[in-house]
Design a protein around this ligand. Structure first.
Ligand code: FES
Ligand code: FES
Length: 159
């Protein structure tokens, strides 16, 4: 089938099998390899993207389901002020070890920080609860999201 969607702010049209997994479409057909596949069964969160601003597991989403939607991947963060702040905070907090889970973690954090930059630490943990990390013990990841939230809130207040 032919599908059209917005991908990181740009319109995208392609022909694909309707039941092709979105993670395969993005990584293999479009070369967006920042998205990671951990489990492939909806349990690890490594493949998280945003669909119409909300988190979505791309390993459980089929091509037909993104027709007409707005998709954001980790590659799109560099074009968003909140995304740049978030990625810098992960670096500064030393929240990245092997890095495999980090794209999913950042995508999971972004909707919360966009809507509620002053989110409580517990709300950050809830937002990240579907994302597994085998390296860090999570503390620095939560620290990084908290730092990013503080910085985003300051920017918003300064507007
Ligand atoms: S790869 Fe999609 S949830 Fe693990
Ligand atoms: S940094 Fe290695 S899995 Fe999270």
């Amino acid at each position: 089938m032919d599908i059209k969607f917005t991908l990181n702010g740009n319109s995208q049209s392609l022909s694909t099998e309707p039941d092709r997994r979105v993670i395969d479409l993005l990584r293999e057909d479009l070369g967006l390899t920042g998205i990671k596949e951990g489990c492939g069964t909806g349990e690890c969160g490594a493949c998280t993207v945003l669909m119409d601003g909300e988190t979505r597991l791309s390993c459980l989403t089929l091509a037909a389901q993104i027709d007409g939607r707005d998709i954001t991947t980790i590659e799109g963060l560099q074009d968003m002020e909140e995304g740049i702040i978030l990625q810098k905070a992960f670096e500064e907090q030393g929240a990245v070890q092997c890095g495999y889970c980090i794209p999913g973690m950042e995508m999971a954090a972004l909707p919360l920080l966009t809507l509620h930059p002053n989110a409580a630490r517990n709300d950050i943990k809830i937002a990240l609860s579907g994302n597994l990390c085998r390296c860090t013990g999570y503390v620095k990841i939560v620290d990084a999201v908290e730092q990013a939230g503080r910085e985003i809130a300051v920017k918003k207040e300064g507007l």
